[in-house]
Structures are given as C-alpha cells and as structure tokens.
Design a protein around this ligand. Structure first.
Ligand SMILES: Cc1cc2nc3c(=O)[nH]c(=O)nc-3n(C[C@H](O)[C@H](O)[C@H](O)COP(=O)(O)O)c2cc1C
Length: 450
C-alpha cells in the first residue's frame, strides 16, 4: 500500500444509465441526462466528497450485436445513448474547481495528434484536472461506425496503442516548461528553440508536429488504463498512472494486485507512480435491513436481456444464435474476441470447459450490479469493507459504480465519505491543485518505450 489515502473515482457514462443498465429504471433516477445540469450536479456532489476523479467510460457503438439489431437495446435502454465525452468533461470542468475529470477515447479510431490536442486543451481549461482513459476498443460495431469492417485483433490493438502512446507523449513533450515568453517589448512570444518537432514515422502512425498546444499545468493529462488480459495488463502497467480493474472478490483482488505490482516491478516502475482502483457497488442506508431492501430493489431492475445484449457487445458474438442451455463449443470459445477477461471469468467460476449461455449470464453477472463486489450496509459497514480491501493489499482505491444516479453518489458522499475521513483513509480536502497532485504521484511520465 504505497499511498496512505485511497483514491476515489466516480464512474459515469455520458448516457441514459450508469455502467449498470438497470439504473435508469430506478424510481429515484434522474431523467435529465441530456442536460448539463445532470453532469454538473454529480461533479459538484463528488467534489463535496473530495473524490479525486469523476470518470466517463465510452464506446463508439450501441450494444447491437445481440440479434444483429439495435431494436432490443434501444427499447430497453441498454446503454444506447453515448454522447461525446470531451464536451461533457468541459461542461463539468466549468462548474467545478478541484475534482479531476477523466474521459475515454480509443487508440483504434483516432489519430494520436487529435487525442493529444483534445486532452491537453482540456488540461488547460480545467487548470490541470484532466485524465485520459486509453482504450483500444473491442467490437465490430465500433469498427463499422468508424469506417472499418472489423475490429483489430486483441494483441495487435495493444501493439498499435504502444506506438500511439509514444506519439501522444512525444507531442505533449514538444513545448519545454519555460518555452513561453510573452514579452510585448521584445516581441518574442515563445522561444523557438524550445518547441520541438516530433517527426514520428513508425509502423502504424506518422505525425510530424510541432504540437500546437503549449505544455499543460500537469505537464500532461493523467493516463488511465484498464487492460486485464496478460497483454492488456502489461500495457496498463507500462503507461497507466491510474489503473482500473474489476476484481470479483477479496482473495482474487489480493492475488491480482500482487501480480500487477510484480509486473510493474519487472518494468522498472516505482510503486508510488501509479494506483490500482477496483470497481465496487456500494449500497448504504441507516440500517443494514434498509440497505438490504435497497439492494433487493436494485437487483430487481435487471432484465435478462441486459446481460445478453452486453455479453454480445463485449465478446463480439451474437448470443441470440444459441439456445439458453446450449454449451459453447471449443471453437466458439476460442473465436470470442473483445473483453476476454469475461470469458475467462466464466470458465473459472463455473468450473466448466464448455459453459452454456445461462452460465455466461450467471457467472459473468454482466449488466447486473453483481459484476463487481457489492458493499451493502450502514456507512460503518461499507467503510469497514472498503478498509479491509485497501489495507489488505487488494487495491489503492475504488471506482464507485452507481446503481442509480444521483442516489448512489449522494448516499456515498453524505454517509460513507465522513466515515472514511474519520479513519483517515480518504483525503479531508484536496491536497493540491492538479489531479496528479491529488493522486499523490511524485512526477509525470514523459517516457518512451525503450
Ligand atoms: C473500470 C473500467 C472501465 C473501462 N472503461 C472502458 C471504456 O470506457 N471503453 C472501453 O472500450 N473499454 C473499457 N474498459 C475495458 C478495458 O479497457 C479493457 O479492454 C478490458 O478491461 C479488457 O482487458 P484487455 O483489453 O486486456 O482484454 C474498462 C474496464 C474497466 C475495468
């Protein structure tokens, strides 16, 4: 545990629901998700709770692989709205002062120059609070929306992404820290010797430069990554400063966390230069019985179609082509692509070599709040659970999933945050001005691969 305070991250989507698709069906869920007030008010709530970051995930397509059509997903509101993340981040940035603001953009469908410019602009406009979640994208629906027929193969996506990071960080390094002069007397705006061209010519990308945005308040936006496969984790630990994971239980988390620290060590990373934050769903109420009632109501919001649509989306396979109790053949399992950590979780938790569709729904828990650990109880009980994970070598912080918005965040900030602060597990106030300072990182990473 290299950091003495936990990192707390709010996990949102620029859409009609949270990561949990049933969240929009909750009787207390806000319905004004197409307005700035919706996002700004969550930002303000989390800032009141001294969260380090409000983070938005993204995907470049609806979950429309199930039944080869979008109708079912649209009818059921299964994560179908996805607005542009940068606009949403800037909207929240304008209404807040201290909380970090992170969003997702894919290395498979944009140019590195473009992403470098968007996030460094955001870092200036938020005075050093921007973070970029680097994803490689995973399914063919995204490819078809973005001018391709198929997504790139799993490991090659990460090879491309490695080079993508070289280019982005290279551009972010183009303007030296003291390059701006702004002297009206001499007429010198900036030192021409301190702004460098990148001249990158690589296997996948070429980008000349010079970059058009001066160095930002954080030197560069914080890098987030969530790779979970062997290749994905290697990439996450090479580039990530904040690393997201889904650990299904404490013992799994302790093992995975230790493995990730060992991988970081192998790569020569200092352990205080990154943090691993695990997704959890907290459900808090004044008494345990009330919290359990709340959890039961939330579990009832799930429809089986949620799981099927979201499994089809992330495994790039149409689950409507199989009967519910039909096992997957060896060949079908091998041909699944996308988020293979889900396939591997189903194989390991079911103990079956050829799980059925029903096994995938049950053991992946995709589309339900059981996909990640639930901490259900009073503020003290929830804080106990988080403390056990944090102090027990399972993670350095938590990505707080919302069972509904704004309820989850209001409850967490009003009841659990004071308890965590009392135990000195969570910051009493923002310690610095930038996100990087508030995450406690000693420096920044403009590093090349070799
Ligand atoms: C908390 C969390 C947030 C994620 N957000 C996104 C996202 O916004 N978009 C996306 O395509 N993938 C997202 N992912 C998936 C990861 O980027 C990654 O692809 C996945 O964990 C599988 O790992 P692998 O790529 O190494 O197989 C997220 C994963 C986690 C745990």
């Amino acid at each position: 545990m290299p950091h003495d305070k936990m990192a707390l991250v709010g996990f949102m989507q620029a859409q009609n629901c949270s990561n949990f698709p049933g969240s929009w069906r909750h009787p207390d869920a806000r319905r004004d998700f197409l307005t700035p007030d919706y996002y700004q008010s969550v930002g303000k709530t989390l800032e009141r709770g001294k969260f380090q970051l409000l983070f938005f995930d993204d995907r470049l397509a609806m979950p429309d692989i199930y039944g080869a059509d979008h109708f079912t997903a649209v009818e059921n509101g299964i994560r179908v709205v996805k607005m542009d993340p940068i606009t949403i981040l800037a909207t929240i940035g304008a209404a807040t002062k201290s909380i970090g603001i992170g969003g997702t953009l894919s290395t498979s469908y944009f140019e590195p120059f473009h992403i470098a410019r968007q996030f460094s602009t955001l870092d200036h406009m938020t005075k050093g609070r921007a973070a970029w979640n680097v994803v490689t994208s995973l399914n063919d629906s995204e490819a078809m929306n973005m001018g391709r027929r198929q997504s790139v193969g799993h490991d090659e996506r990460y090879d491309r992404a490695d080079e993508f990071m070289d280019v982005v960080l290279g551009h972010w390094n183009a303007w030296a820290e003291d390059s701006l002069i702004l002297d009206r007397q001499t007429g010198r705006f900036a030192d021409g010797d301190k702004v460098k061209r990148l001249d990158h010519q690589g296997k996948y990308f070429s980008s000349r430069g010079p970059f058009t945005v001066p160095r930002t308040p954080q030197n560069h936006p914080v890098i987030i990554q969530a790779g979970q496969s062997g290749r994905g984790r290697e990439f996450a630990l090479r580039w990530g400063e904040l690393i997201f994971a889904i650990f299904p239980n404490l013992s799994f988390a302790q093992k995975a966390y230790a493995e990730m620290l060992a991988e970081a060590n192998r790569q020569g990373r200092e352990t205080d230069s990154f943090r691993i934050a695990s997704l959890v769903y907290p459900i808090v109420a004044p008494t345990q019985a009330e919290a359990e009632d709340k959890a039961a109501l939330i579990e009832d919001l799930t429809k089986p179609i949620d799981s099927l649509a979201l499994l089809s989306e992330v495994l790039n396979f149409d689950f409507a082509t199989k009967q519910i109790n039909e096992p997957f053949s060896d060949e079908e399992l091998t041909n699944l692509s996308g988020l293979l950590a889900i396939r591997d979780r189903v194989l390991s938790l079911s103990g079956k070599k050829n799980p059925t569709v029903a096994d995938f729904i049950k053991y992946s828990a995709r589309g339900t709040i059981k996909e990640a650990p639930n901490f259900v109880g009073t503020a003290i009980q929830v804080a106990d659970g988080l403390e056990e994970w944090f102090r027990g070598g399972a993670c350095d912080g938590f990505v707080i999933g919302a069972s509904h918005i704004p309820g989850t965040y209001n409850d967490f900030v009003d009841y659990v945050v004071p308890e965590l602060q009392k135990r000195e597990l969570h910051q009493a106030d923002y310690v610095g001005k930038t996100l990087r300072e508030n995450l406690g990182f000693p420096g920044y990473r403009i590093a090349k691969r070799s």
